[in-house]
Design a protein around this ligand. Structure first.
Ligand SMILES: [Zn+2]
Length: 134
């Protein structure tokens, strides 16, 4: 199952991030999944449960932030109106073939963990905005 290898890699990434931050128990992970990523969110959640159930982080939640593909008309410069039927998708306004934007996301947006230190839980923002330059 495709999703199982994704979930395994995802878990390793998150587990490594928690360890890097000082260790603790992984509580929840939020991921962005694009429409075109060929990932079925329900299968990914199922795989995630299977992967985490064999770890110390059993019960860690997986939140999926579903990202639909956006269409952009190069002629009108707008993505407002898409002809629903047919492929390729064409612009309602001018009939141009629409370019697709996004929809391929497979990103960890945030992870939550409880630190080994008592009384301190933490939420870590990961990704482009939170990378520190060490
Ligand atoms: Zn157009």
């Amino acid at each position: 199952m495709h999703e199982l290898s994704i979930a395994t890699a995802l878990y390793r990434q998150c587990r490594g991030e928690v360890d890097r931050l000082g260790g603790g128990r992984l509580e929840a992970v939020e991921v962005a999944i694009g429409e075109l990523s060929a990932i079925e969110p329900s299968l990914l959640r199922f795989a995630w449960e299977a992967v985490t159930s064999e770890s110390d982080d059993v019960g860690a939640e997986l939140d999926v932030d579903w990202r639909e593909v956006k269409h952009l008309c190069r002629t009108c410069g707008d993505a407002g109106s898409v002809e629903a039927s047919g492929w390729p998708r064409t612009c309602c306004e001018c009939g141009s073939i629409l370019a697709m934007q996004g929809g391929r996301e497979l990103d960890v947006i945030a992870l939550k963990y409880s630190s080994n230190e008592p009384e301190s839980g933490a939420t870590a923002q990961v990704g482009t905005s939170a990378s520190d330059p060490d």
